[in-house]
Design a protein around this ligand. Structure first.
Ligand SMILES: CC(C)(COP(=O)(O)OP(=O)(O)OC[C@H]1O[C@@H](n2cnc3c(N)ncnc32)[C@H](O)[C@@H]1OP(=O)(O)O)[C@@H](O)C(=O)NCCC(=O)NCCS
Length: 195
């Protein structure tokens, strides 16, 4: 569901050798490969994707996201700035559902993990979203993210990208199996200074 009052101009961002560019239909083979990963399915793919037949999952996941820019949500592919290799995906969504706020989510393919891709991409997307419109940004004031307590890697990514821990949301996340998890709430504000 989109809450934005405008479409978003498709945007590319560069940081640390990565290129963040809009997801597109031609990413389907790479997305299909990524959606074989149990952790992406468990923590980041969403119920509609997981409940779809395996051979349809990539299309179910990618379709609304590749089209998301037209309805006010930013869905990036995280790629190698030189080779174009697909490393993962990152979303900035719910833009202005609450005034001047947005929510981020991300995943990285198993083979691309442990090299700082998530941290670098998250920081770049946050800088863009928090920058003023006259500087090419979205002009939001606060960006939130959540992860289940068991997802320690995501917690480290969030903290490294300047998303401070704000608290624990009890039974916030329901995984596809139906099991509920407490989740950390993190956020980064436009006015935050590096800790
Ligand atoms: C979480 C995820 C996005 C991290 O991607 P990544 O590109 O490997 O992340 P980075 O390399 O930027 O950083 C990973 C950090 O987690 C740490 N880490 C990785 N696995 C870990 C584990 N099992 N336990 C503790 N820390 C771990 C790394 O050491 C690193 O921290 P450091 O920089 O302080 O050393 C990736 O593992 C993923 O896609 N997981 C499945 C989907 C998911 O969980 N998405 C997030 C939903 S909230």
């Amino acid at each position: 569901m989109t809450f934005a009052t405008r479409t978003l101009a498709p945007t590319t961002l560069t940081a640390g050798g990565l290129l963040l560019r809009p997801l597109r239909e031609s990413d389907e083979p790479a997305v299909a490969e990524a959606l074989r990963d149990a952790d992406i399915l468990r923590w980041a793919a969403g119920l509609a994707t997981v409940q779809a037949p395996v051979h349809e999952r990539a299309a179910v996941w990618l379709g609304p996201r590749a089209a998301g820019w037209a309805t006010g949500d930013a869905y990036f592919a995280i790629t190698d700035g030189t080779t174009g290799e697909f490393h993962g995906a990152l979303s900035v969504r719910e833009i202005n559902r609450l005034p001047d706020q947005a929510v981020v989510g991300y995943w990285v393919t198993p083979r691309s993990r442990g090299r700082g891709a998530a941290r670098t991409a998250l920081d770049a997307a946050a800088r863009w979203a928090l920058a003023a419109p006259e500087d090419g940004g979205l002009g939001v004031h606060r960006i939130a993210l959540d992860h289940v307590l068991a997802n320690v890697a995501s917690c480290r990514v969030a903290a490294a990208a300047g998303f401070r821990l704000e608290g624990v949301m009890r039974d916030y996340f329901k995984e596809p199996s139906g099991r509920r998890h407490d989740a950390h709430l993190h956020a980064r504000l436009a006015t935050d200074r590096p800790e």
